[in-house]
Design a protein around this ligand. Structure first.
Ligand code: AKB
Length: 314
């Protein structure tokens, strides 16, 4: 029986994408993997470092893998702390995945890109064809991803697809190493301690999305009719845009005493290099992208679920 491999399955997106894929394709048909053993997702789970091409190939062989959801990547803030490791994981890891997919003639590779492909010179509300000049190693590695995905499609007829994700908010697994992590951290702190110090200015507006919409985007694009697609991994997907000031106001609707303060650090420069909004007309036209959650619905759902998880009744 053929199977689907998920790399980075223990991460923020992987921990929610894996169960969604298992619901669609059957539990045992989805092989979760990551650099270390985790309790969640449940087995089948393989400890797999994507920079190890031989091990990746043996996993593809053993489990008769036919499609890969390649989520393993180092995000923007951590990427600036260790650009060499980021290159190794994001660039060499991606190359290993595309090469194994080519050699084994896999049916599909899904790999996310990001708004970090844009840079400080990007004009407002960029589309798919806007010139990309990122200033972070993470952004540069994702531009490479978009170009290499198109190359493997054109040259080897590999079906590679992906969306440019904005910051993603979720209550199950905390993000790690991203610039947009403040938008998740604030919920934990608001519930647990009643206050939070943002590491960006209060007027920093960035595109964001709730996890349920992020999973829908990836699965809908994977299942879209290939003849409808104008792009491979360049699809902008937009759902929400808010500043920390607006997020604070929305949280105060549920936690009136919540106190916010602002101490921008070096992640401010990364945030400032990304656009405030993005144009996702192509995704809406080509494969019917349409998010479900607005800011108020997202905040309500985050607080409800986190209160249960953190076991506070406040
Ligand atoms: C990050 O902040 O690095 C990520 C992203 C926008 O891709 N969340």
């Amino acid at each position: 029986m053929s199977s689907i491999l998920v790399t980075g399955a223990g991460g923020q997106i992987g921990s929610e994408l894996t169960p969604a894929l298992r619901q669609r394709h059957g539990h045992d048909a989805v092989i979760a993997s990551g650099p270390e053993e985790v309790d969640d997702p449940a087995p089948p789970f393989e400890v797999l470092d994507v920079t190890d091409a031989d091990h990746l190939e043996s996993v593809v062989d053993t489990f008769e893998v036919d499609a890969i959801y390649h989520l393993a990547a180092i995000l923007s803030a951590k990427g600036e702390q260790d650009p060499q490791l980021t290159y190794e994981v994001n660039v060499n890891g991606l190359y290993n995945v595309l090469e194994v997919a080519r050699r084994h003639e896999l049916a599909q590779v899904i790999v996310p890109s990001t708004i970090a492909v844009f840079g400080p010179d990007t004009p407002d509300h960029p589309g798919e064809k806007t010139i990309l000049r990122p200033t972070t190693m993470y952004g540069i590695s994702k531009v490479f991803l978009e170009l290499l995905a198109s190359y493997y499609h054109r040259r080897f007829d590999l079906d590679v697809r992906g969306v440019r994700y904005p910051g993603i908010l979720s209550h199950k697994t905390r993000p790690g190493g991203g610039t947009t992590d403040y938008a998740v951290e604030v919920f934990y702190e608001a519930i647990e301690s009643g206050s939070y110090t943002y590491f960006v200015r209060e007027d920093t507006q960035l595109p964001m999305m709730y996890m349920q919409d992020a999973i829908t985007a990836m699965l809908d694009l994977a299942e879209a009719d290939e003849s409808d697609l104008r792009y491979r991994c360049e699809y902008n997907v937009s759902a929400l845009e808010f500043t920390p000031r607006e997020l604070t106001a929305a949280i105060r609707e549920h936690i009136p005493d919540f106190q916010a303060s602002y101490e921008p650090d070096d992640r401010q420069e990364i945030a400032d290099s990304w656009p405030n909004t993005i144009d996702d007309t192509a995704a809406r036209e080509d494969w019917g992208w349409s998010p479900d959650y607005d800011l108020e619905e997202m905040v309500e759902d985050m607080i409800l679920n986190l209160r249960q998880k953190l076991d506070t009744s406040a």
